[in-house]
Every structure is written in C-alpha cells, then in structure tokens.
Design a protein around this ligand. Structure first.
Ligand code: HEM
Length: 395
C-alpha cells in the first residue's frame, strides 16, 4: 500500500527509520503524494544513482508533484537551470561551469579564511552563549556568495537580510515571497551595473560570454545565491552539532586536522541535508528493479536513505570520519550534480576546522532535547544552535 513520504525522525541526526524499512523491502517503493498522485520513492543507493543519471527522468518542475506540502509546481523561470533538461540545461551548465574555475575557487579560499576569522573574532567579542546559526553558519556562506557574485560591501547587509528571511522557516510565505522579489530586484540592478562596469566576478564573467540576457543572468544569480546559501549554512550548523554530539569523533578531528577533508565528506553523507528530494518525472514507461514506472509519474529520490544504504556503506548509521565515502549522493548525481560542491567543501573545511580550533571547549548551551530542528524545508537543519565555551580559552 502506498504511504506518504516518511518524515518523522526518532533520532534527529538519522533519517526517518521508516525509510530504512522500505529500503530493506525494495529500493523503489510506491509513494502517495499529498495531491493524490501515486508515484514512487527511491531509497536504494544504486537505484538512486541510476535514476539521477537517466535522461528519461526529467527535472522540469511543472511535470512533477510535490512529495510534501501543496500547490502546483510552476515551470522554471529564466536562468533557473536546476529545473531544466538537456539541451536547455546544457547551455546554462556549460556557461556557469566555465565561471567556477580552479583559479576563481583558489582565489576565494583566502577570502573564505578571512571571512571565517572575522566571524570567529565577532563571536569572541560577543562572548558565550550565542546562536551559532546567526553568528557563524548563516553569515559565512552568505558573504562568500556575495564575494563570488561581486556584490559590493556596502550592499551585503541588505542581501544578508533578504537571504536570512528566505532561509528562515519562521518567515511567513508572504515574507519569503517578498524577500525573494526584493533579492531578484537587487540582483537585477547589480546585473545592470556590472554590464556598465564589469569586474572580475562571476556575473561579470557571464556578461562577457555575451550569451545570457539580463533576465537570465538575474535568474542564475538568484539561484546561486539561494542554492548555495541555505545548504552550506545547514551543513555548518548541523555538522557542528554532529561533532559536538560525538566526543570521540570530535577528539579525532581536533587531534589531526588533516582528517578534515574526509570528515567533511562523511558529514555530508551522514547528514544528507537535502532530505525531501530531489524529484524527477518519468518521460516514458520504464522498467527498473522489477517495477514499472509509468510516463508522467513523479519519483522522489531520498538522498538520506540512499546515503545510509548498507549495501553501499558498511555500518551506514555510524559517523566514522575516516570511512571511504566515495559515491555518496549528498550533492546529487548526473547532469544536475551540485555545481557549487567544490566551493561548499572549502567553506565546510575552513569553517569547521577554524571553529574547533578557536573554541576548544565549544559545547551546546541547551540540552539536545531542546534543539529546534527544521523538518519541513528542503534543507534539513536547525533553526538555531545555542553554544557556549569557557571564557578565556579561545585560542
Ligand atoms: C553543502 C552544501 C550543498 C549541498 C548539500 C548541495 C546539494 C545539492 C544537490 C543535492 C543538488 C542536485 C539537485 C538535483 O539533482 O535536482 C545541487 C544542485 C545545485 N547546487 Fe548545490 N549544494 C550545496 C552547495 C551549493 C553551493 C555553495 C552552490 C553555489 C555557489 C550550489 C549551487 C547549486 C546549483 C546551481 C545546482 C543546480 C545544478 C544543475 O542543475 O545543474 N550548491 N546541490
């Protein structure tokens, strides 16, 4: 019998247990969508990879149903290539990949270190306790995206205000809509100014390519800002919580900072914060793993379930910072695999490492039971993370 997508968690850092039970029965099961649609849920790692790599499954939003929540899905606006298929997607992807150059990423790293150090200085000045989401996890990705897109310093506060509202689940739908419109307006103004006076940033680089109009450029900028902000912020706060919750793994990492790169991959796998998708629509009838997916049916790929598949990762529910994580799906797979993953990795590596080193006695300022988890947004995470440390011990 088809059931709705399981979202209830017994242990907040583990996916809903029901997903594991479904995966043990079959990697692909029937899923009842809130609008009455009968589609599919993919919980097995190999099946998830196969579907994400198969052009017979479309990323076009208007063809898909929502696995949670309600309301119809609109076609992608100009520049929103995450919801396009080849060849429309290919055109954007090629242009934007060309801007995520090794040189630009290398140049960003010292800026990320500086931005992180400034946030840690501000935390130290403020003193304990404080909310790590507000003081650390949200501002770092927000400032890094501003840096990447070339948002001038004097305008960054305004951008941070808008993106914080969009990322916050406390905001009403109306507040989020108005903040998104505000952001799009500001980014459109920015595009016009860059056109008149180009610099060395990503938007200027795209303008130089001469292939996108102002609406498309604005759409790309909005998407990068939203896609790169909430996700990385979620990983910084939830990653910290996972480390604070596991003293032995944390001690290993503190003792050997060279583990940080691998630790980031394991945290990405273990936490799989994109937890309600991605979704795809079958463009034709397809037989897969013994089930027949009919044209038009929506398929929800559970990244948390796939990344905890014991067939792929032994003892998948153990956080093991030194395990082999190759092939994890936290950044997706196939043509839509996250375009910002290298940038996100640098932010997580630099951010988590610097935080642990600056505050050796960092710990939660509330009990684990009192942590406010956000379960209904695309990104799983915490709304706030009150932390504390011994005064005078910051290094
Ligand atoms: C830890 C942080 C991040 C996580 C977990 C994450 C996760 C993902 C996932 C799962 C997808 C695939 C979606 C799908 O298949 O439909 C994706 C796509 C994407 N991500 Fe990320 N992301 C992160 C950071 C970033 C950053 C920093 C940026 C930009 C600066 C970014 C920009 C994008 C874009 C533009 C796409 C769409 C790519 C396409 O459709 O070709 N992400 N991300």
């Amino acid at each position: 019998m088809a059931r709705p997508l399981p979202t209830a968690r017994t242990r907040p850092l583990d996916p809903p247990a029901e997903l594991g039970r479904l995966r043990a029965e079959h990697p692909i099961s029937r899923l009842a969508y809130p609008d009455g649609h009968l589609g599919w849920l993919v919980t097995g790692h190999a099946a998830a990879r196969a579907i994400l790599a198969d052009p017979a499954f479309s990323a076009r939003s208007e063809l898909q149903r929502r696995p949670v929540g309600d309301g119809p899905r609109e076609p992608a606006g100009p520049g929103i290539f995450i919801n396009l298929d080849a060849p429309d997607h290919t055109r954007y992807r090629r242009l934007i990949t060309g801007q995520f150059t090794v040189r630009r990423m290398r140049e960003l790293e010292p800026r990320i270190e500086q931005i992180t150090a400034e946030r840690l200085d501000a935390m130290e000045r403020h003193g304990p306790p404080l909310d790590l989401v507000e003081s650390f996890a949200l501002p770092i990705p927000s400032l890094v995206i501003c840096e990447l897109l070339g948002v001038p310093y004097r305008e960054r506060e305004r951008f941070q205000r808008d993106t914080a509202v969009i990322a916050s689940l406390d905001a009403t739908a109306e507040q989020a809509r108005s903040a998104t419109a505000d952001l799009a307006r500001h980014l459109h103004e920015l595009v016009l100014r860059k056109r008149a006076d180009p610099a060395d940033d990503l938007i200027s680089g795209l303008i130089r390519s001469g292939e996108l109009n102002d609406e498309e450029l604005t759409g790309v900028a909005v998407m990068l800002l939203i896609a790169g902000h909430e996700t990385t912020a979620g990983m910084l706060s939830l990653g910290t919580l996972a480390l604070l919750s596991d003293p032995s793994q944390q001690a290993r990492l503190r003792a050997d900072p060279s583990l940080t790169g691998g630790a980031v991959e394991e945290l990405l796998r273990y936490l799989s914060i994109i937890h309600l998708g991605p979704t795809r629509a079958a463009l034709k009838d397809i037989e897969l793993y013994g089930v027949r997916i009919a044209a038009g049916e929506t398929v929800t790929i559970s990244l948390p379930a796939a990344n905890r598949d014991p067939g792929r990762f032994p003892d998948p529910d153990e956080l093991d910072l030194t395990r082999a994580t190759a092939g994890h799906l936290a950044f997706g797979h196939g043509i839509h695999q996250c375009i910002g993953q290298q940038l996100a990795r640098v932010e997580l590596r630099v951010g988590l490492n610097a935080l642990l080193r600056r505050f050796p006695t960092l710990r939660l300022a509330i009990t684990r039971e009192d942590i406010d988890f956000r379960t209904d947004s695309i990104t799983y995470g915490v709304r706030s993370l009150p932390v504390t440390w011994h005064l005078g011990e910051a290094t």
